[in-house]
Design a binder for this molecule. Sequence first.
Ligand SMILES: Cc1cc2nc3c(=O)[nH]c(=O)nc-3n(C[C@H](O)[C@H](O)[C@H](O)COP(=O)(O)OP(=O)(O)OC[C@H]3O[C@@H](n4cnc5c(N)ncnc54)[C@H](O)[C@@H]3O)c2cc1C
Length: 467
Amino acid sequence: MTLPAHHIDQIKTLLGPKGWKERDDDLVPYLQEWRDRWTGTTPLLALPQSTEQCAKLVTYCAAHRIAITPQGGNTGLVGAQIPKGEVLISTQRLNRLRDLDTQNATLTVEAGMTLSTAKAAARKEGLLFPLSIASQDSATIGGVLSTNAGGMEVLRYGTARDLCLGLEVITPRGEVLSTLKGLRKDNSGYDLKQLFIGAEGTLGIITAAVLKLHPVPPIRRTMWCALDTVKDAIALLAYLRVHYGDALGKFELVSQIAVDYAIKNIPGTRAPLDHPSPWHVLVEFGFFTAPAGKTELETILGEAMQSGLISDAAIAQSDSQAEDFLRLRESLSAAQKGEGAALKHDISVPVSAMADFIDTASKAAEHLAPDCRVFAFGHVGDGNVHFNILQPRTMSREACMAIAPAITAMIYEQTLALGGSISAEHGIGIMKKAPLRTQKTDVEMAMMRAIKTALDPDNIMNPRVLF
Ligand SMILES: Cc1cc2nc3c(=O)[nH]c(=O)nc-3n(C[C@H](O)[C@H](O)[C@H](O)COP(=O)(O)OP(=O)(O)OC[C@H]3O[C@@H](n4cnc5c(N)ncnc54)[C@H](O)[C@@H]3O)c2cc1C
């Protein structure tokens, strides 16, 4: 549906000359997903520069039932930020730091600030905003909250949801809802902010947030371990948690094929160990006190090796070596590019079921697509694996795409059979709307629809997403 010219003119007037774009060349970066999986269309890109301006814009759209797609850094992986004819509202100009309260350990920022800028602002005051994802130089605070992003520090600090104390949101009617008090305790009725976290822009536009900060653990220890099986990785996780509790920050599983393709396809990456091994884990601790230092860690690792849990290990001897380990892990999404079709699945199961899942799903994938390459990696400490199937070398791209639905259906079936989720951290977007119905009960779907209808009766807010 095309938007009549008089609406476009009204919106332009409301936003001022720097508050919109419409030339095709200017729109390309906003309408294309980075992997070229989705491209979109919009009658106008709106760039409000204040909460008030954003509220006026949404009020106008609500009055005229004009559909909206909110967008932050355009790093989402399920197509939810790419408009198909909706007015695209970017938070790019809503990027100010409003407050940093070191005593309350909170940072209040506008939604369009990038995650790495917010982290740097906290770090400047000796505090930590721990959310850590490979896209953090582009992903925005509004985006990470709207997708309830996870990443590599969930084991210790939780997801974006656990790191947010309050929100400012423009509702689909154009009202401003503000819960920016920065309170850690507030049991005065429903916790409304939680509705908008993980809502993928379907319930309103987040314009600002209060983020919970943490002290920075002064001693960091990073290591890379080789293991024979996923079962050993899960046993190692339990073993390290018994010894180190919450000092364990990162626990990332990586398959050998993932290491190989990172080294092959990403310049500057190096193998952390001399010999290949079926599985690897990147482990990182953050300690506050000295006793759990290098010597003790080496002893613990020695014991893990003696008991057969790990076959080899390297403890980073410098910050730059630790960064090398992290860079390898963070390059794994990009490492798959150039290896043909990649059928990607971001799933979670209970940690105790992870080995079972990977074993059963790998065998079933190889049965459906002989010679396929199982490229598995992820935040296995949270029960989350990116279980990707790369096109068999003996098969054309077209033939692989023809069997893709069967492979995905099998993977989701295995996931649900083990009590898991078809979306661990990337969301539903437009990509996973059909499988969502196989995961959620009728009661859950009805309740989600009731919330959507109550807040957005005319379905103007990211209308193609989730439902
Ligand atoms: C290389 C790479 C690595 C990644 N690694 C991880 C990872 O480890 N863990 C993880 O969880 N994700 C990961 N992601 C996914 C992605 O970075 C997240 O989904 C991110 O949180 C989205 O932020 P964004 O600002 O780019 O949002 P966008 O992509 O612009 O939008 C994402 C969704 O949020 C909505 N939205 C955006 N801003 C607002 C707002 N202000 N108010 C309301 N709705 C809004 C959009 O409508 C859309 O539904 C990765 C992505 C890439 C490209």
